[in-house]
Write a protein that binds this ligand. Sequence first.
Ligand code: PGA
Length: 249
Amino acid sequence: MRTKLIAANWKMYKTPDQTSEFFRNFLPLVSGHTRDEIAVCPPYIDIATAVQAAKESNVGIGAQNMYWEKEGAYTGEISTGMILAAGCKYVIIGHSERRQYFGETDDTVNKKLKVALDAGLIPIVCVGEVLEEREAGLTEDVLRRQCTNAFRGISAERAAKLVVAYEPVWAIGTGKTATPQIASDAHVVVRAEAGKAFGKQFAEDLRILYGGSVKPDNANALMSEEEIDGALVGGASLDPKSFAAIVKY
Ligand code: PGA
């Protein structure tokens, strides 16, 4: 039985004060909720505030990105050691916005994934096709390529904490959600790739989240799918009531 993970990706939204306010309102709405694992990934600048606010709660904190070197002259970057020391449990890797706007590739995703796993973080690796790829019938090829490259050179033992998020790029921030069937079909492809890389049992235990315009009114249908092991939520995670409603789908 895979415990579902409902994770908030705040992207570049909220100041530390707004982060405090979010947790003040959000935590009472989900206190005692044990059915699902809950995570919030705020901007770096808000992590300390979020960790402090969520201390002793059922909500874990994550970062939205990381760099693979331990330390050094890498202006603007943050290492897994820093993320862990700040109190994070999770790190998002290879979000489509990072791939689209910040030059991340399958290769950088693979480098980051290795370092995140070795650091003991729970990596949430994002994969997903853009609209043109879907329309050209390339969705499966894209998912296979992204997964094979992300998983390259990693053993099943090392990958134990891996989480994958299937996020079709055409569904992110557009209000266009993948149907539960579309998401499920994609998850089957990702699971098969994980099976090839890490073995059948690993693939069966692997949590694959769906992301892309998850809202309170579509969360239940998506989360009811056998193949869908949680959600990565952008826009709808910024409001405490709406994110709590998704957590409690
Ligand atoms: P969205 O974003 O829920 O706003 O579509 C999801 C994501 O990008 O992780």
